[in-house]
Design a protein around this ligand. Structure first.
Ligand code: ADP
Ligand code: MG
Ligand code: MG
Length: 916
């Protein structure tokens, strides 16, 4: 099939049981083109794919590199490939007797749902339409195809790709749709399919004159011009606003470019023995192993997604409340359904993954129009991975790689609290596009959603249906609710990709104005800003803010199977950051193997902290060592209890306890009234107290009197804490329990600090063993590495440390010299200008901060090969950072309880990626 010219091959054909390309050529052919080639040409498949060809992504790259022009002989290559389609179809493009019609479809490497536009029925004009009527004997069909072409062409090619401002602020498509609606009203019909041939013919004429009037461009009559125009529009739309936005969110590189597919049309709108549909080889909402899909009789592709008519289910498994009474494809066309069913099975086995497919039946004959790996939410991803592993379709490594670490968060997503749900008022019901529950204030436009969210409001975006223009607002909303559209609508697809709660096709709501919607069943009105709640698993919409509740993970059998594979694969430990026995308990539930960071100061914050805080203040405000000691003795009772309880909950797993870290001024009140109360309680004058508070003031407290510096200035503070830790551990051991405390010294810069503190630890250790009459209390002594100097001095630091734990929050702060609390002023600009790829406090800066970590570990282990190394900053729960920690050879990461499953999975994936 190769073109004769010696120049570069830009065009790849497929069809007639053959293909130039295949599935592995996604970078060149885009996802759609590569899979069309695979379906058409692979020996195990050879599915009925309408013939066509793909213009490669290299054409797109060329197009942008050369001032939006094409390679010299491209048109020739196109003409050659087109004539191959003509041969296979036995029709000619532009023929007035029996015209070949084609579609022009975009297809980037990674699927970008709805981002790029497709034009169908290219090749129709006032002459060829007559031929189409002749050969099909169906005037209505011919004009239906024609009016679609004019609308799509005006919208996609002329207006959008031409970069024109939307006509009348809404765009030409909307105006044309309004025209269609008003004609239907005039004719007193409900469905497009009820319009007559004459009506549609009239629409074609009107659409054309609207194109001329509003866009100042004639609809091109010449088929070749239509083709070239449409191809240019697809390439042009790669840099359209919507595509750029989506790529930004999904981090798809701008220079990938898109491919363009040109393909012979097949018609699902050729009457009542024709239809079009979409499906998934398994349910993308919950992972159930059943073919799941929807179809529309007498319709063309986009009708299914557009949600203008309610699609019917392909089989009983695909029924929902809206489509329950509609005829399934299985009943309607049993033979074709059987074929379709066997094709979808074949495809899943071939690709060994859940597939998302598009098909069309033209006058009883089935065609496959697309397949790709199907998007699924986290719940479905876990179930499908576990099931396919059990079915021997994939191996353990593949299963582990099939779920994105963050998708696991969806399994932990709160649900609407079932008890509260029982007594809440359902105001409407739609299709459950899942997952989880959401609560927020109703807003009715994407801009409002983005704007409200930027003020910190939780919002639910309510739309008739969503389109790619809405992605920004959709991204920022808690959830999405649409009155139209099915499970395969834009809203459902995009929400599924993000794991966001979503309900679609909620026909009981009617958005009557920009700021309110009507609940048709009850006549109730929900105004902008009113609270509503969604259950994305059932499709129920509730009035007001219904409380949310955590889900019970361990009930989920697939999760258990999946995590077993994960834990078998990973080599790095996962601990948690926990400050209370309750947090620790929660973390164990999520699979924590220890505590990597227990902050002693936690007991001075929040509920129940009044008395310990008072004692701490008494200690801070003490005028002399004697007073400070007395206060510390009183305080130690609380510290010890807190630590003992936590050690006990962790049942012998390591617990890393950090000695007091924050600067002391953080614990004293600063307003006069509170100071007065404290003065009274302490029995000192306000004047004296004021002077002591003032003395604590620092210009730069983050770099001030904190961390180990406190322990150097006030050794008695270290002593009290160490005694509490060792006594708590000793008492547990005496009670026959296992325990493994690790004493961690914060904000160190030199081994001399560690030695200074270690002397205290050694002394207290001896005293405690004697007091409790035991020989041994197992414990480790180590330090947090959170200053660049500590990392650089890793070799000497390791002389007095059994372990290092990287405190990457402070380490990032000090490595960059960015104050953690003040980045808001400048970091957003850095990211916008791409001066930095992302917020280094959220995603570990691997080449800068990471380099310091690498140095610290290497030097530390050179001194002490068995040095235990972990990380306890926020980054311990970020999947990419976890993988980096694995590559650095760390023993464990530590993160907040909810991120533990994410960290476990990321650690396992790092092992597999390493092997490759
Ligand atoms: P998207 O990437 O938005 O899914 P597609 O290129 O898949 O865009 O096309 C949009 C719709 O048009 C789909 O439903 C598709 O099945 C249908 N379609 C595309 N090409 C053809 C064709 N040659 N014949 C019939 N329907 C088509
Ligand atoms: Mg498609
Ligand atoms: Mg710190």
């Amino acid at each position: 099939m190769a073109t004769k010219s010696k120049s570069q091959k830009y065009v790849y054909s497929f069809g007639g049981g053959k293909a130039d390309g295949n599935e592995s050529m996604k970078n060149l052919l885009g996802g759609k083109g590569a899979n069309l080639a695979e379906m058409a040409g692979h020996k195990d498949l050879k599915l009925p794919v309408p013939p066509g060809f793909t213009l490669t992504t290299e054409v797109c790259t060329y197009f942008y590199a050369h001032g939006r022009t094409y390679p010299e002989d491209l048109e020739k290559q196109i003409a050659n490939a087109l004539s191959e389609i003509e041969k296979l179809m036995g029709k000619k493009f532009g023929d007035v007797k029996d015209p070949l019609l084609i579609s022009v479809r975009s297809g980037a490497r990674k699927s970008m749902p709805g981002m790029m536009d497709t034009v169908l029925n290219i090749g129709l004009n006032d002459e060829t339409v007559k031929g189409l009527i002749q050969t099909t004997g169906d005037e209505r069909f011919a004009y239906d195809a024609y009016r679609r072409l004019v609308m799509m062409y005006a919208d996609v090619v002329i207006e959008k790709a031409g970069g024109l401002e939307p006509v009348k602020g809404v765009g030409i498509r909307k105006l044309m749709e309004e025209k269609l609606q008003s004609l239907k009203k005039e004719r007193d019909v409900k469905l497009d399919t009820e319009l007559s041939a004459a009506d549609l013919k009239k629409l074609v004429k009107e659409f054309k004159s609207m194109t001329k009037k509003f866009l100042k461009v004639e609809f091109p009559e010449k088929p070749w011009d239509q083709l070239i125009g449409a191809i240019g529009a697809v390439f042009g739309s790669w840099n359209g606003k919507r595509a750029l936005e989506y790529r930004k969110i999904e981090k798809i590189p701008d220079d990938w470019g898109t491919a363009v597919n040109v393909q012979a049309m097949v018609f699902g709108n050729m009457g009542n023995d024709s239809c079009t549909g979409v499906g998934f080889t398994r349910n993308p909402g919950n992972g159930d192993h059943h073919f799941y899909g929807e179809y529309l009789v007498n319709a063309q592709g986009e009708d299914v997604v557009a949600g203008t008519r309610t699609p019917a289910p392909v089989n009983d498994f695909s029924k929902n409340d809206h489509s329950r009474d509609l005829m399934t494809l299985q009943k309607f066309m049993p033979q074709q359904f059987k074929e379709l069913d066997s094709m979808q099975k074949k495809l899943e086995i071939h690709y060994r993954d859940m597939q998302d497919i598009e098909f069309t039946i033209e006058k009883g004959k089935l065609y496959m129009l697309q397949c790709r790996v199907g998007k699924r939410n986290g719940v479905a991803a876990v179930k499908i991975a576990a099931d396919m592993y059990r079915e021997n379709l994939i191996d353990a490594d593949t299963a582990v790689m099939r779920v994105a670490p963050n998708q696991l968060l969806e399994l932990l997503l709160p649900m609407i609290d079932p008890d509260a749900e029982k007594i809440s008022k359902v105001i409407a019901k739609g299709l459950p596009a899942g997952p989880g529950g959401a609560v927020g204030r109703a807003v009715f436009s994407s801009e409002d959603a983005a704007e409200w969210a930027s003020r910190g409001e939780k919002v639910i975006l309510v739309r008739e249906e969503t389109s790619p223009e809405d992605v920004d607002g959709m991204h920022k909303a808690e959830a999405i609710l649409s009155s139209k559209g099915g499970m395969t609508s834009h809203a459902a697809l995009v929400a599924r990709g993000w794991g966001k709660c979503c309900i679609v096709g909620c026909s009981e709501i009617d958005i009557v104005a920009k700021e309110k919607m009507l609940i048709t069943a009850s006549g109730k009105t929900v105004h902008e800003g009113d609270w509503i709640s969604l259950n994305g698993t059932t499709g129920f919409v509730y009035e007001g803010a219904v409380p949310l509740k955590a889900t019970d993970l361990h009930q989920n059998k697939s999760y258990r199977t999946f995590m077993k594979l994960v834990d078998k694969t990973r080599t790095m430990g996962v601990r948690t950051n926990a400050d209370t026995p309750e947090d620790a308990e929660q973390a164990l539930y999520f699979g924590a193997e220890g505590i990597g960071l227990f902050r002693t100061e936690h007991m001075f914050y929040g509920e129940g902290s009044e008395f310990p805080l008072f004692l701490l203040r008494k200690m801070i405000m003490a005028g002399n060592n004697e007073d400070r000691k007395t206060a510390l003795d009183e305080l130690s009772v609380f510290v010890k209890k807190d630590i003992r309880d936590t050690l006990e909950v962790m049942q012998g797993n390591s617990v890393t306890i950090r000695l007091l870290d924050p600067p002391l001024h953080e614990f004293v009140p600063h307003d006069r009234a509170k100071l007065q109360v404290l003065a009274k309680e302490l029995g000192v004058s306000l004047g004296i107290l004021n002077r002591r508070v003032l003395a604590l003031h620092e210009n730069n407290p983050m770099l001030g009197h904190r961390g180990v510096r406190l322990g150097i200035s006030y050794p008695e503070i270290t002593e009290m804490q160490v005694r509490a830790i060792l006594e708590a551990a000793g008492e547990l051991i005496k009670a026959g329990k296992k325990t493994k405390p690790e004493i961690m010294v914060p904000v160190t810069v030199d081994v001399q600090e560690l030695r200074h503190q270690k002397d205290i630890v050694d002394r207290v250790y001896r005293e405690t063993c004697k007091k409790l009459k035991i020989d041994k209390i197992p414990y480790l002594y180590g330090t947090m590495i959170e200053t660049p100097r500590a990392a650089l001095k890793g070799a000497s630091m390791a002389k007095s440390a059994d372990f290092f734990s990287f405190g990457t929050n402070d380490l990032t702060q000090m490595c960059f010299g960015f104050s953690r609390d003040d980045i808001g002023g400048f970091l957003p600009k850095y990211i916008e200008l791409k001066l930095l790829p992302n917020d280094p406090f959220a995603t570990l800066d691997q080449t800068g901060v990471g380099e310091l970590m690498k140095i610290g570990i290497e030097r530390g282990r050179s001194q002490k090969p068995k040095l235990e190394v972990g990380i306890c900053g926020e980054h311990g729960g970020d999947a990419e950072s976890v993988k980096f920690c694995h590559r650095l050879g760390m023993d464990y990461v530590s993160c907040s309880p909810f991120r533990i499953p994410v960290a476990r999975l990321a650690a396992a994936q790092a092992v597999i990626e390493d092997r490759k």
